[in-house]
Design a protein around this ligand. Structure first.
Ligand code: MG
Length: 126
């Protein structure tokens, strides 16, 4: 099976946009609506190699998801790209401390997203 990207956002509009962009760039994508579902999908789907996650979501947000992933051996090294609607400096700092590999502000530019995803994947493969 091919490597997949897990897109996590409580907004269906954003998920659809992300999925369409990444699929058009040749990636396989699965979706989750929040951190809780993301952790479930990461357990069910061993082929996920990158997570693109929103910060503000009900039940479990992106920072807690990141924190939980760092506590699981199999998920500890997985690159995570965080998305938010604003450049909240404290959030960015915290995400970096938790090992987020990138940070992007919504609305996302498709080319920039694809370029960043490719870079993270190349870094992981190296
Ligand atoms: Mg949100």
């Amino acid at each position: 099976m091919d490597p997949k990207i897990l897109v996590v956002d409580d907004s269906m509009v954003v998920r659809t946009h992300l999925k369409r962009t990444l699929v058009a760039a040749g990636f396989e994508v699965i979706e989750a609506v929040d951190g809780v579902q993301a952790l479930e999908k990461l357990t069910e789907e061993p082929n996920v190699i990158l997570v693109v996650s929103d910060v503000n979501m009900p039940r479990m947000g992106g920072l807690e998801l990141l924190e939980r992933m760092r506590q699981v051996e199999a998920l500890r090294e997985m690159p995570v790209l965080m998305l938010t609607t604003e450049a909240q400096i404290e959030l960015v700092k915290r995400a970096k401390e938790l090992g987020a590999k990138g940070w992007m502000i919504k609305p996302l530019k498709a080319e920039l997203l694809v370029a960043t995803v490719r870079k993270l994947m190349a870094a992981k493969a190296a």
